[in-house]
Design a protein around this ligand. Structure first.
Ligand code: FAD
Length: 470
């Protein structure tokens, strides 16, 4: 026995879903054990996702600013170079500090931490092959599956993490590739393309669909794509990769129009496959217990995060819903609140989405396309950052706020922001949406001057009246 026999909750997976669920469960007085196979907490997000990507986005942005913006602000220097190992070390330091921080939080909250690969052997027992080569069985009244997701590969393409990389390899390249081809124009591809593009790579993004980031509001997307193109990113939309040749030095891709037609070739030093992520349940023992999944392999749960097997729950990337760290965290909290006899709730329609390029694009609620489809009469309030004093003061004024509000009631339906710090600005809109606010409610809140947030206030004025500054 592991000494972990009388848990109230056993969490499999230590990502943002799992570790947050474990901490919250312990805070609610439940005896909790968390099992994680990678030897570090924080999951995909902290180790090979959100955090290292944001570290590199920031570092590469500083370099890009130094190259392209400092002089106009009167800041001069005589030479500038990229020290890639130092940049990677800074990223690694951020990751290791944060993962150790979570271990500290586990200790503080008395969450037991078992390092190893968990497998369900019954609805109350998890067999763990521990990292040190042993095996132990962890028992608990309730089990939460929080095993997350993994990189999705494409048929006929083998990821070697050197020349053909996933996002994980793209976060750790040892040289700046001259030509980087990104397959898939989702947010991960665009973020990693931005990193290497700023450091000097020539970036071509190949996308099967007619649009980049399909979930984005169409009008904002158009502006966003233009902005990325101005930064040097090339897009080949409605295009599929039909062949990959790695016999030479680099990689030679054979492309074909999505609808069929003449083939072309495209050469690259490195190819990033960022065509989505897939739920990770390998070796978990779902079949043996008869836990239901959908066609995509996601574990099916009800509104209490319960699977079809009693006392087994699932949260985060491994269940349906937006595959985002903050959504996984919300799932984790709500799930254990139910277990502790309280009520939890996650509204997936109000989960913000952010693309951390420059400018960033953040949104919450419905796109204009979705509002149209719903048949509701609506108004649009827009305000460009070109008319925002703070954005002009710092000479970083590319972007817009767009608010969609119901015509009859002025109730906010969706908010879309393209701005340098859109990911921070969006939360005022998330709060407003959560409280069923009218656009006028935002407009009548006093916003500090000069801030980028004022653009949100002005866009809000524009849904029912006129903005002041344009
Ligand atoms: P995960 O984070 O995948 O964690 C699951 C954990 O379970 C893993 O550590 C895994 O090792 C462990 N595990 C799996 N099976 C077992 C087992 N049988 N036994 C023991 N342990 C197991 N999201 C955002 O919100 N913002 C971002 O900026 C962002 N950027 C991203 C950038 C990249 C490059 C990538 C790849 C993803 C990004 N994401 C981002 C998505 C985010 O990482 C995921 O949505 C989030 O990590 C999901 O959390 P999770 O806890 O469900 O799963």
């Amino acid at each position: 026995s592991s000494g972990f026999d009388d848990n109230d909750v056993v969490v499999i997976g230590g990502g943002p879903g799992g570790y947050v669920a474990a901490i919250k469960a312990a805070q609610l007085g439940l005896k909790t054990t968390c099992i994680e196979k990678r030897g570090a907490l924080g999951g995909t997000c902290l180790n090979v996702g959100c955090i290292p990507s944001k570290a590199l986005l920031h570092s590469s942005h500083m370099y890009h600013e130094a190259q392209h913006s400092f002089a106009s602000h009167g800041v001069k220097f005589s030479s500038l170079e990229v020290d890639l190992p130092a940049m990677m070390a800074q990223k690694d330091k951020a990751v290791s500090n944060l993962t150790r921080g979570i271990e500290g939080l586990f200790k503080k909250n008395k969450v037991n931490y078992v390092k190893g690969y968990g497998k369900l052997i019954s609805p109350s027992e998890v067999s763990v092959d521990t990292i040190d080569g042993g095996n132990t069985v962890v028992k608990g009244k309730n089990i939460i599956i929080a095993t997350g997701s993994d990189v999705k590969s494409l048929p006929g393409i083998t990821i070697d993490e050197k020349r053909i990389v996933s996002s994980t390899g793209a976060l750790a390249l040892s040289e700046i590739p001259k030509k980087l081809v990104v397959i898939g124009a989702g947010y991960i591809g665009l973020e990693m393309g931005s990193v290497w593009g700023r450091l000097g790579s020539e970036i071509t993004v190949v996308e099967f669909a007619p649009d980049i980031v399909p979930t984005m509001d169409g009008e904002v997307r158009k502006q966003f794509q233009r902005s990325l193109e101005k930064q040097g990113m090339k897009f080949m939309l409605r295009t599929k990769v039909v062949g990959v040749d790695t016999s030479g030095n680099g990689v030679k891709l054979t492309l074909e129009p999505a609808a069929g037609g003449e083939q072309t070739t495209l050469e690259a030093d490195v190819v990033l496959v960022s065509a989505g992520r897939t739920p990770f349940t390998a070796g978990l023992g779902l079949d043996k217990l008869g836990i239901e999944t959908d066609k995509a392999g996601r574990i099916l749960v009800n509104e209490r995060f319960a699977t079809n097997v009693d006392c087994v729950y699932a949260i985060g990337d491994v269940i349906p819903g937006p595959m985002l760290a903050h959504k996984a965290e919300e799932d984790g909290v709500a799930c254990v609140e139910f277990l502790a006899g309280k009520t939890g709730h996650v509204d997936y329609d109000k989960v913000p989405g952010v693309v951390y390029t420059h400018p960033e694009v953040a949104s919450v609620g419905k796109t204009e396309e979705q509002v149209k489809e719903s048949g509701v009469d609506y108004r649009v309030g827009k305000f460009p950052f070109l008319a925002n004093s703070r954005a002009k003061a710092i000479d970083d004024a590319e972007g817009v706020v767009k608010i969609l509000a119901e015509k009859e009631t002025d109730k906010i339906l969706g908010v879309h922001i393209m701005a340098p710090n859109a990911g921070e600005l969006i939360h005022e809109a998330v709060l407003a949406l959560q409280y069923d606010a009218a656009s006028e409610d935002i407009a009548r809140v006093c916003h500090a001057h000069p801030t980028m947030s004022e653009a949100l206030k002005e866009a809000a004025m524009a849904t029912y009246d006129k903005p002041i500054h344009i």
